[in-house]
Design a protein around this ligand. Structure first.
Ligand SMILES: [Ca+2]
Length: 129
C-alpha cells in the first residue's frame, strides 16, 4: 500500500509551489514597474516645472510658492507659511536673480530625495531586530 497523500503534504507542497511562482512573477514585474515608475517620476519632475513656469525659463515667487504648496506639501514642512517658502526660494536662488531656474529647482528635488532616503534608512534601522 502506497503512502497516502495527506492534507498536510499537499498543503506544504502547495505553499512551496506558490512561493516559486511568486518569486518568478515578482522579479519580472517588479523590474518592469521600477523602470516605468522611475521614468514617470522624472517626467513628472520636468513637466511640473515646465507647466509652473508657463513658457518662461524660471519660476517667479508666486509660481514657485504654488508649485511647492500643491506638489510638495506632503514631504516638505512649512509650505503653508509664505515666509518659509520665500526663505526656501532665496536659498535655492544661486545666481540671485529672484527666480528659480530649472537647475536651482533640481537642488530642491535632490535635497528632498536625499532626506527621504535618510528617513527610510532611519526607519528600517529602527524597525530592525
Ligand atoms: Ca535664480
Amino acid at each position: 500500500m502506497g503512502k497516502k497523500a495527506t492534507w498536510e503534504d499537499w498543503n506544504s507542497q502547495k505553499a512551496l509551489y506558490w512561493l516559486k511562482l511568486e518569486e518568478a512573477r515578482i522579479s519580472r514585474s517588479f523590474l518592469t514597474k521600477l523602470v516605468t515608475n522611475m521614468e514617470g517620476a522624472i517626467k513628472t519632475v520636468v513637466m511640473q516645472f515646465l507647466s509652473s513656469a508657463r513658457g518662461k525659463e524660471s519660476l517667479g515667487g508666486k509660481s514657485f510658492q504654488k508649485l511647492v504648496q500643491s506638489q510638495l506639501g506632503n514631504i516638505l514642512g512649512d509650505t503653508d507659511s509664505s515666509s518659509a517658502v520665500k526663505d526656501m526660494m532665496k536659498g535655492l536662488d544661486d545666481n540671485q536673480d529672484g527666480k528659480v531656474s530649472f537647475q536651482e529647482y533640481l537642488t530642491l528635488v535632490g535635497y528632498l530625495a536625499n532626506s527621504l532616503s535618510e528617513q527610510k534608512a532611519q526607519s528600517s534601522a529602527a524597525g530592525g531586530p
